[in-house]
Design a protein around this ligand. Structure first.
Ligand SMILES: [Zn+2]
Length: 52
């Protein structure tokens, strides 16, 4: 599933899945905000800044 960034609304890069592989916990990266987003099965999510 694609997911829009909670902070800026851009479609994030989904790094651990695809159309045919849909894991329960999904990891995304927003290249605009430079954050990692972890989305849980209950649709809650955590945002973590990527340290450069
Ligand atoms: Zn963003």
């Amino acid at each position: 599933m694609t997911m829009n960034c909670p902070q800026c609304g851009v479609i994030m890069v989904w790094i651990n899945g695809s159309i045919s592989h849909d894991p329960p916990i999904k990891y995304y990266v927003c290249r605009s905000c430079n954050v990692n987003v972890t989305k849980q099965q209950d649709d809650s999510y955590e945002i973590e800044e990527i340290k450069s």
